[in-house]
Design a protein around this ligand. Sequence first.
Ligand SMILES: Cc1cc2nc3c(=O)[nH]c(=O)nc-3n(C[C@H](O)[C@H](O)[C@H](O)COP(=O)(O)OP(=O)(O)OC[C@H]3O[C@@H](n4cnc5c(N)ncnc54)[C@H](O)[C@@H]3O)c2cc1C
Length: 436
Amino acid sequence: MTLAPAFDLSELSDEEQLARREAHRVAEEVLRPAAQALDAMSPSERVASGSPFFAAMATLKSLGYHRLFVSADSAGREDPAAWRVRSLVVEELGWGSLGLATAFLVDMLPFVSVARFGTDELRAELLQPWLEDEVASWHGCWAITEPDHGSDYLGLRDDDPGSFGRSGLLATRSEGGWVLRGQKSAWVSSAPVATHAAVHAQVASERDLHHSLFAVVPLDDPGVRRGPPVAMLGVRDDPQGELFFDEVFVPDHRVLVPPGPLYPVFGDQLLCMTSSIIALAAVGVARAAFEEALAYARSRVQGGRVIASHKNIQLTLYGMFERVETARAYARAVLAHTFRNVLGAGSSGTGASPRHTRTSQVYCKRVAFEVAHDAVQVCGASGLVQGTLVERLFRDARSLLIEDGTVEVLGLDAARDLVGNYEHDHYDVEEMMQRW
Ligand SMILES: Cc1cc2nc3c(=O)[nH]c(=O)nc-3n(C[C@H](O)[C@H](O)[C@H](O)COP(=O)(O)OP(=O)(O)OC[C@H]3O[C@@H](n4cnc5c(N)ncnc54)[C@H](O)[C@@H]3O)c2cc1C
């Protein structure tokens, strides 16, 4: 498979071209075969020792991709060019495997949060070893949703978050820290294999899940239990499962954000980061589906000629290409803006734009699904055969419409902000679009 697109509006430097080629090689030679093998395994085989999941993660660690997202210096200043390489790498990872790209993303969450919110002591204890890890002996996850609260975590901007009720994970004050009791949902990505979790927990004395703390919890701490990995339609190459907290003690220094309203940290910072990254992984999925359809259309003969010469197929391919290209351009601009304004803004920085990051995530997820859907149609019955790449991309793209927030609820979150604040927009959209 050639590395597309050959033409790139962003005029990459030699170093960036090299980074993209290397990420593509890894996606093609390591992630795709691992994803294909994992997809065909049972949930318990996927998490057993020797599973291709661990080898794939070790490859990404050995190449240092996890370090790409922690490039701010001690004063919180971002390397202005870092986000260009981030965009290129994440798109290639998504092209190789959405599940392994998701695992790569959630691995970072606890540790990037330590970099952003943690004390020097915590950075030395957790961030430094994670940064130095080259064999994937550390792996993070992000425990947000609960059996009774999925979309509720995105609806917290509502006027009356109290109507959502109490969280399924409560934190009670104890000498020198907090005690966690409760559980998170069965959908926590990488939970069955993770070593650390970034956890949101409601303060038990408060009335609702809106009042919470944010902590990092080593998953070998006493009282932590995991549920079995679940069998899902798509993104099977990143195992998902429950986390239970039975009287788990979290010392104060592992509390990253002390008790307070959840939304400013969860919605304005963390979700802006993950939305802008997932958008580019979705572009990778869409491009993979487009390229599969193009290759098939060039070789499949019907009506006495290759189907790529039939006008309907040509227009379908054009529509796929158009969506991939426009999604990429927007997603790159938003990712650049987000990381400059979250990681690059020092400890007080909260200038990322929820409405633009949600738009990027929703748009790119929809593009991934629409393009994967078209790819199945172009491939005819061949696109429905279990175990083919097009069939897996379609299942993965369908899962994307729910992962990290449903497209409807993400859209509603952005809409609330638009309706309330559009005329007072303080995000410099011109600057956002020119930066790439
Ligand atoms: C592949 C995958 C990976 C995931 N990874 C993680 C992870 O790493 N960590 C984690 O904590 N969670 C994770 N999740 C969970 C994910 O965030 C939730 O599935 C998602 O937020 C939706 O929640 P829910 O499934 O409970 O659906 P619900 O919230 O029950 O929603 C059901 C339907 O109702 C709609 N709806 C819900 N509330 C509203 C509302 N207020 N207004 C209008 N419509 C509404 C939704 O759009 C949806 O169509 C993952 C899920 C998937 C599929």
